[in-house]
Design a binder for this molecule. Structure first.
Ligand code: 2HA
Ligand code: ZN
Length: 268
């Protein structure tokens, strides 16, 4: 028996997570247990799921997150590998229920796989998204090689320097990542400080770059969050490829960027 039996919409969410997990591994962005994914699946939860007994004790989230009352999430497991999540999603992730105190969660299915070490930051982000009435349901954290490499240089950590550079490498980047790349100065992984600074930047950006660590992206679903990271990292690869050929790429001119922005009706 699985929670996914006779629940095609929920099963589809899990399939999408598994598909993205496979991409993250194939791209070399998910060494060992690197990265995590959480999806707010509350819209697919029925009364039978609400009545399901917990298969773990209540565990503290670390924050009180009032907008998550009654919410359910599908979360990659801590210490689990993306490449395993791709093949066996229900052995490497679990569904959790947020308890009414909004400060604890419990695992409900299928197996008692403890959620990601970044659960506090992921849940705090979901709490923030719900609070602002967003339709975003998925968050993805991963370690894209070229973007992380760029985050080791102070120049690219100045506000919107990397955004402008990456947008100018290929016209589609601004079209498909119109809010650009927010920058989060280095913080300890899994820390509340990292969660808090990520949330601040998500007011202006869908994708944030954690200095010397990785990216954290949000979007309507897991595939869309992955696509934004993929598009940005592709631009980073083009930039680095040009540098490796021995020249500084010109990038699209300001005029070409303006033309694009108008033609695709993008934010300034
Ligand atoms: O969960 O990438 O930052 C593995 C990580 C933590
Ligand atoms: Zn990480």
């Amino acid at each position: 028996m699985s929670i996914l039996d006779n629940r095609p919409e929920l099963a589809r969410e899990v399939e999408q997570v598994a598909e993205v997990a496979g991409y993250l591994w194939q791209k070399g962005w998910a060494e060992r247990n690197g990265g995590n994914i959480t999806v707010n699946v509350t819209q697919h939860i029925d009364d039978a799921i609400r009545a399901m007994p917990a298969i773990s004790e209540p565990r503290p989230i670390g924050f009180t997150l009032p907008n998550l009352k009654g919410c359910y999430f599908f979360c990659k497991g801590t210490n689990k590998r993306m490449r395993d999540l791709a093949r066996w999603p229900m052995d490497n992730a679990s569904f959790i229920r947020i308890l009414d105190d909004c400060a604890h969660y419990e695992i409900i299915a299928d197996k008692p796989v403890a959620p990601t070490s970044e659960l506090p930051s992921h849940l705090a982000v979901h709490n923030y998204l719900i609070g602002k009435g967003s339709n975003y349901k998925a968050s993805v954290h991963t370690h894209p090689i070229e973007l992380v490499a760029m985050s080791h240089c102070k120049k690219y950590l100045e506000k919107d320097v990397a955004t402008r550079l990456l947008w100018s490498m290929i016209p589609e980047t601004k079209a498909f990542c119109p809010r650009g790349l927010g920058i989060i100065p280095y913080q300890l992984p899994s820390s509340n400080e990292l969660a808090e600074s990520t949330i601040k930047e998500l007011g202006d950006y869908d994708v944030t770059l954690w200095e010397k660590h990785g990216v954290f992206a949000v979007d309507t679903d897991v595939m869309a969050a992955f696509d934004q990271i993929d598009v940005l990292n592709k631009s980073a690869q083009i930039y680095i490829c040009a540098k490796n050929m021995g020249f500084e790429p010109d990038g699209m001119s300001d005029e070409q960027m303006r033309e694009m922005t108008v033609a695709f009706n993008l934010p300034k």
